[in-house]
Design a protein around this ligand. Structure first.
Ligand SMILES: [Ca+2]
Ligand SMILES: [Ca+2]
Ligand SMILES: [Ca+2]
Length: 253
């Protein structure tokens, strides 16, 4: 009997760890293939109307009114050199035409900035109050300074600025810890003010500012997006305490 209790406890704890091991959502964009012009399910391109002079990240209000971009991806590889394609066009990118490792990128022009958006259904069976998100950013091509600009002129907002839509369906919140201005990985947990109801939609945006001094802009792309709802600490603790109590109770008996 003692063995049975311990096995029960181990099964409960193993269940917790296996739930953490299987990501709620992950995307490496490689399914686009080397020539695909359709983004993975849930991904879309948008842009903020305006001009490249803007040098501050969009406010929540500005982020709430983007213009829909193209539903067809550009296909671009680093062998082609820096390029632009028009406002709100995202691209299936790689290092070469045969590179199977694909990324989703932007190269804003003729707007305030381009947006990569991911929409995800909350199929977890419970409201989501917090999310841990991780992604990689890679610089795909150096920008080209416009004539008349000093070589030291800044790409005023390099990389991507990250936003999520709150459960109220209207408030876009900037998460500075998920901004990446140079190549690398960002990982952070953020909390919803209003939880995402079960069956509700989560939306995330990566904003690429249109650089003022550059044309084409420095080209960036994202890869390896991993998203997991964060269990409420109380739920996790109660399950763990319950499992330990089973062991403890059996030891005393
Ligand atoms: Ca990839
Ligand atoms: Ca700008
Ligand atoms: Ca930019």
């Amino acid at each position: 009997m003692k063995t049975n209790y311990i096995i029960s406890a181990v099964i409960i704890l193993a269940g917790l760890s296996s739930a953490a091991a299987a990501d709620f959502y992950s995307q490496n964009f490689d399914s686009m293939g080397t020539t695909g012009t359709t983004a993975p399910v849930g991904w879309s391109a948008w842009y903020l109307a305006g001009d490249s002079v803007s040098s501050t990240i969009p406010t929540s209000s500005e982020m709430g009114f983007p213009t829909a971009g193209s539903t067809t991806l550009q296909v671009w590889n680093q062998t082609e050199g820096a390029a632009t394609w028009g406002a709100g066009i995202a691209a299936n990118e790689g290092s070469s035409p045969t590179d199977l490792n694909r990324l989703l990128g932007t190269s804003p022009t003729g707007d305030m900035g381009d947006i990569l958006q991911l929409s995800l259904n909350n199929s977890s069976g419970a409201p989501i109050t917090a999310v841990q998100l991780t992604y990689d950013m890679k610089t795909m091509a150096a920008g080209v300074l416009k004539a008349g600009f000093d070589p030291g002129a800044l790409d005023e907002l390099p990389g991507y600025s990250f936003y999520f839509l709150d459960g109220d369906g209207s408030t876009w919140t900037h998460v500075s810890s998920l901004d990446l201005s140079s190549d690398g990985t960002a990982s952070a947990t953020f909390n919803y003010s209003t939880p995402i109801a079960n069956g509700g939609t989560m939306k995330f945006r990566w904003y690429d500012d249109n650089a003022y001094a550059y044309s084409p802009d420095t080209m960036y792309a994202i890869d390896n997006v991993i998203i997991n709802p964060v269990p409420e600490p109380t739920t996790l603790s109660l399950l763990a305490i319950g499992a330990l109590a089973l062991i403890s109770r059996r030891r005393k008996a």
